[in-house]
Design a protein around this ligand. Structure first.
Ligand code: NAI
Ligand SMILES: C[C@]12CC(=O)[C@H]3[C@@H](CCC4=CC(=O)CC[C@@]43C)[C@@H]1CC[C@@H]2C(=O)C=O
Length: 257
C-alpha cells in the first residue's frame, strides 16, 4: 500500500519508535494521528509536524479512549489505513526477589498495556479499516505491532515484559489469518535495543554491557531505522503474518550486568 495520502494512527506516537514513525510517515505524505497517553509530548510533536498530524490523548487499555481516537481519524482524515502499535512500558522485577514474589499487580499492568492494549487497538482499528475501498491488490489496511527480542531471549527480571511481547508474537499469525478476508495485513516488528527514552531508563553500566553484545552494527538502533522498516511493511504487500527481528544480530544475555 502506498503511504502517500493515507491515514495512519500511531499508538505511543509521542516518543521513541512511535515518534520516528510519525515523522517519517508524515514526510512520506500520510496524515498521522498520534495516540498516546502523554499529552505534553504528543501535542508538541503534532505542532512540530503541522497540518499532517493530530494528537488525541489515548489510553490503549481503554476501549472508549481508543474509539475516541479512531473517531478523530475518521472525522479529520476520512478513515484509517495503517495502525502502528508502539505504546508499551518496561519493567524489571524477578519472579522471586529479595523482598518476596513478583508483584502480581505489576505483572498484570505490563500485560494490560503491552499485550491487551495492542490487541484492543488493533481489533478496533480493523473494524474501521474494513470500511475502506480495497486497492488493486485488495488491501484495505495494514497493522504493525511492536514486540521485542525479549519475546525470544528474555532476561532475568523480564518475566512480565517477555510474556507480554511473546503474546504479541503469538497472536500475529492468527490475527493476520482472521483479517485476511478483510484485506488487512498484520506484521510484528521485534526490535533489539534502540535509543529511546525507554532505553534511557537503563543505568549506564547496563547500557554499556548490552552494547558489548551487539555484533554489528555495534551501537543502539536508531528510531528512524525502526520507522524505515515500518514504512517498508506498509509498502510491501507480500509481508503478512510474520514477526521480523530488527536487531543487528543481538541476542540478549541472560542477565544485564
Ligand atoms: N527502545 C527499545 O530498545 C525497544 C522498545 N521496544 C518496544 O517498542 C515500543 C516503543 O518503545 P520506545 O519507543 O522505546 O518507548 P518510549 O517510552 O519512548 O515510548 C512509548 C510510548 O508509549 C506511551 N504509552 C505508554 N503507555 C501507554 C498507554 N497505556 N496508552 C497509550 N500510550 C502509552 C508512552 O507515553 C510513550 O510515549 C514499546 O512497546 C517497547 O516495549 C521493543 C524492543 C526494544
Ligand atoms: C525492555 C528492554 C530491556 C529491559 O528490560 C529494560 C528496558 C529499559 C528499561 C529497563 C530498566 C531497568 O533498569 C531494567 C530493564 C529495563 C526494563 C529495555 C528497553 C529495550 C529492551 C528491550 O525490549 C529489548 O529488546
Amino acid at each position: 500500500m502506498e503511504l502517500s495520502g493515507k491515514s495512519v494512527m500511531v499508538t505511543g506516537g509521542a516518543s521513541g519508535l512511535g515518534a520516528a514513525c510519525v515523522r517519517l510517515f508524515s514526510q512520506s505524505g500520510a496524515r498521522v494521528l498520534i495516540a498516546d497517553i502523554n499529552s505534553e509530548g504528543g501535542q508538541k510533536l503534532a505542532q512540530e509536524i503541522g497540518a499532517a498530524a493530530r494528537f488525541v490523548q489515548t489510553n490503549v487499555v481503554d476501549e472508549a479512549s481508543v474509539q475516541a481516537a479512531l473517531k478523530e481519524a475518521q472525522e479529520a482524515f476520512g478513515g484509517l489505513h495503517v495502525l502502528v502499535n508502539c505504546a508499551g512500558i518496561g519493567l524489571a522485577e524477578r519472579t522471586l526477589g529479595r523482598h518476596g514474589p513478583h508483584s502480581l499487580e505489576a505483572f498484570t499492568r505490563v500485560i494490560q498495556v503491552n499485550l491487551i492494549g495492542t490487541f484492543n487497538a488493533l481489533r478496533l482499528a480493523a473494524q474501521l479499516m474494513s470500511n475502506n475501498e480495497p486497492n488493486t491488490e485488495g488491501e484495505r489496511g495494514v497493522i504493525i505491532n511492536t514486540a521485542s527480542v525479549a519475546a525470544f531471549d528474555g532476561q532475568i527480571g523480564q518475566a512480565a515484559y517477555s510474556a507480554s511481547k511473546g503474546g504479541i508474537v503469538g497472536m500475529t499469525l492468527p490475527v493476520a489469518r482472521d483479517l485476511a478476508r478483510n484485506g488487512i495485513r498484520v506484521v510484528t516488528i521485534a526490535p533489539g535495543i534502540f535509543d529511546t527514552p525507554l532505553m534511557a531508563a537503563l543505568p549506564e553500566p547496563a547500557r554499556v554491557s548490552l552494547l558489548q553484545q551487539a555484533p554489528f552494527p555495534p551501537r543502539l538502533g536508531k528510531p528512524e531505522e525502526y520507522a524505515l522498516l515500518a514504512r517498508h511493511i506498509v509498502e510491501n504487500p507480500m509481508l503478512n503474518g510474520e514477526v521480523i527481528r530488527l536487531d543487528g544480530a543481538i541476542r540478549l544475555p541472560y542477565l544485564i550486568r
